[in-house]
Ligand binder design. Structure first.
Ligand SMILES: Nc1ncnc2c1ncn2[C@@H]1O[C@H](COP(=O)(O)OP(=O)(O)OP(=O)(O)O)[C@@H](O)[C@H]1O
Ligand SMILES: [Mg+2]
Length: 251
């Protein structure tokens, strides 16, 4: 099977992108699929979420030209590797645009690693639009959009959908939308319910089964553990495991 590249994206901040990227990457690894998580966000929170330090990362790879294979790191979890992000990623973002790199730049840089037999590469992305985001999205076979279930977040989904449409139309991107993953879903508040219903109306057949609001996900990030290892059997763990299953079916 060819390596599948999956981007987790939404221009809106704080909607669960990193949580989703880290949890799905770990879930795929636990399903026996060798997986590399690449953190394209200068906040570098994939490392923190996995209990690791931010070391050499995206800047060293894309700007300094260090081989990805030499700078990715094992995460202490079978089958899961990380290329971290850090504040230098912001400089990489500026340089990529200034140097006017082609839209397929990241895809080309990924080629050597795709020959090593990885099953999945998961991209976590920053809550912004820019040269790095655009090129990461362009490299991906699938895009998953986490979105919180509140009214303002619906706007964010519209924006990222527009970005994907532009990539298709103007840059002949061949990837697909994997779906919209509602996060912070709350059965108690009316807003959450109403937003979820509205989301399904606006994007028919695109909306996945929601991940509920669960404080334990915050604790996981603080502990540097994914929910799969921190709280097996928790409702949020099962919800994320459903998404992993869906990924395995679709890709
Ligand atoms: N379903 C959830 N329920 C409760 N808390 C959550 C949930 N998902 C994520 N969180 C917490 O919410 C915060 C934001 O999540 P996360 O960092 O994954 O979002 P993000 O979209 O990556 O943010 P950014 O746009 O800043 O990169 C974190 O503290 C995380 O632990
Ligand atoms: Mg994030």
């Amino acid at each position: 099977m060819a390596t599948q590249l999956i981007a987790i994206a939404n221009q809106k901040g704080g909607v669960g992108k990193t949580t989703t990227a880290v949890t799905l990457a770990h879930g795929l690894a636990r399903a026996g699929k060798d997986t590399l998580l690449i953190d394209f966000d200068p906040q570098g929170q994939c490392a923190t979420s996995l209990g690791m330090r931010q070391e050499r990362g995206v800047f060293n790879w894309l700007i300094n030209g260090e081989p990805l294979k030499e700078i990715l790191r094992p995460t202490g979890r079978a089958g899961l590797w990380l290329l971290s992000g850090n504040k230098d990623t912001a400089a990489a973002q500026i340089l990529l645009s200034a140097q006017n790199k082609p839209v397929n730049f990241i895809q080309r840089q990924l080629q050597p690693i795709l020959r090593t037999g990885l099953s999945y590469v998961i991209f976590d992305t920053a809550p912004s639009v820019g040269g790095l985001q655009e090129r990461a999205l362009w490299a991906s076979d699938f895009v998953l959009i986490p979105s919180a279930t509140d009214f303002l977040s619906l706007e964010g989904v519209g924006m990222i959908m527009d970005t994907l449409r532009t990539l298709h139309q103007d840059h002949a991107w061949r990837g697909k939308l994997l779906g919209i993953l509602p996060t912070f879903y709350d059965t108690v508040t009316r807003e959450s319910q109403a937003t979820f219903d509205e989301m399904q109306k606006m994007f028919p057949k695109r909306v996945l089964v929601p991940v509920y609001r669960a404080t334990i996900l915050r604790e996981c990030a603080a502990e540097g553990k994914t929910i799969l290892e921190f709280a097996p059997g928790h409702r949020a763990t099962e919800q994320y495991q459903q998404v992993v299953k869906r990924l395995l079916e679709v890709t």
